[in-house]
Design a protein around this ligand. Structure first.
Ligand SMILES: Nc1ncnc2c1ncn2[C@@H]1O[C@H](COP(=O)(O)OP(=O)(O)OP(=O)(O)O)[C@@H](O)[C@H]1O
Length: 341
């Protein structure tokens, strides 16, 4: 995409923290939606806040965007305190949040122009930014049509462009691809990567999709029940779960198979039942061959041999005892909705 010469107001130098939180908390009535979160997100980083429905992701983002006051702890965004200096924060952030209310009668281009004027950009600056952004989101002539005619994916991309009109230092994306088809999702991912790589924009995105956090985020924070339960690069998090798993499906007694693989280094038998042997190792790819040879030498008939690396879902399971996908409907607190705004 094209960039403009517009400078953000006093951008933070690279390497400094773009977002910090210390014990950040939000209580609704008696319910702790966010129960003390510590974050340090570096300038230029894509940080993924991953968690199931109701984990506290949106509440965290709304506090960082100055839309909701914390009930505990503190936070800075682009070097300014969200409670003490909300106007300074707002000038430097862009946000595409879940509840984006787009006027269906307005055209895409009108929305972008209005957004530019709201941020006080000069008319020629607005025109330049809008031209760059419409090229980036590539809606074609639909950009002139009423938003009411847009698909979900088109609205989401327009919303992303609207968040970028004033060239923010820090971009917040709350579940940017929820409900999108795979093609639209991939387009949003490309746009997020481009913004980060070409403009060095810091991006905090929330997601319920393990794959999204895995492919997009430099670092991931796993959030559950309002708490950060794990944090690291996707690779680090997966390593925390431990080993690669080599799974051998066999015909015959497990005891023979266990005896056959016993002498192989760096291999731990996790589970052995008749028919299946589950082996843990730090370097799964290097063990597939030796396992196959050892089983064949011992006369154990091998039906298939698979290698599975841990996923972020395995990390979530290890940290919380639940699989993410199964948590979806367990966090309904609607009765408290609006109780203590
Ligand atoms: N205004 C409110 N009043 C009462 N409870 C609220 C309010 N806003 C959020 N909550 C509750 O706080 C918890 C965290 O909500 P939040 O929206 O931050 O979760 P989330 O991780 O973003 O989930 P989702 O993926 O559904 O957006 C939920 O249990 C939610 O019901």
């Amino acid at each position: 995409m094209h960039t403009t010469t517009q400078q953000s107001p006093s951008a933070a130098p690279p390497g400094t923290a773009a977002i910090t939180t210390s014990g950040l908390a939000r209580r609704f009535g008696e319910f702790d939606a966010v129960a003390g979160i510590d974050l340090e997100i570096r300038t230029g980083e894509i940080y993924g806040l991953l968690g199931p429905n109701g984990a506290g992701k949106s509440t965290t983002v709304r506090m960082l965007c100055t839309l909701l006051g914390p009930t505990g702890g503190s936070a800075t965004v682009a070097g300014f305190d969200v409670t003490e200096q909300p106007n300074e924060v707002r000038l430097r952030i862009g946000a595409a949040l879940q509840e984006a209310a787009l006027d269906p009668k307005q055209s895409g281009i009108e929305l972008l122009r209005l957004q530019g004027r709201l941020y006080g950009l000069h008319r020629d600056e607005v025109d330049r930014r809008v031209a760059d952004l419409t090229q980036m989101i590539d809606l074609g002539e639909a950009i002139e049509r009423p938003i009411g005619t847009y698909s979900g994916g088109m609205r989401r991309r327009l919303d992303l462009a609207a968040a970028l009109v004033h060239n923010p230092d820090v971009l917040f994306l709350d579940e940017p691809t929820t409900g999108l088809d795979p093609v639209s999702r991939a387009r949003v991912w490309d746009e997020v990567r481009t913004l980060n790589e070409q403009l060095g924009m810091t991006i905090l995105l929330t997601t319920q999709y393990l794959e999204e956090a895995d492919v997009l985020a430099h670092r991931v924070g796993i959030i559950d029940g309002g708490r950060l339960v794990a944090e690291g690069t996707p690779a680090e998090l997966k390593r925390q779960v431990g080993a690669d798993l080599v799974i051998a499906r066999i015909d015959g007694a497990a005891s023979d198979a266990v005896a056959a693989v016993e002498s192989i280094d760096d291999l731990e038998v996790v589970d052995a039942t008749d028919g299946e042997l589950v082996l843990a190792t730090t370097h799964g790819a290097a063990k597939v061959g030796p396992v196959a040879v050892a089983l064949a030498d011992a006369g154990v008939e091998l039906r298939d041999l698979t290698l599975r690396t841990p996923t972020l879902d395995d990390v979530f399971l290890e940290m919380t005892g639940n699989r993410m996908q199964h948590d979806e409907f367990e966090h309904a607190h609607d009765e408290q909705e609006g109780a203590a705004r």
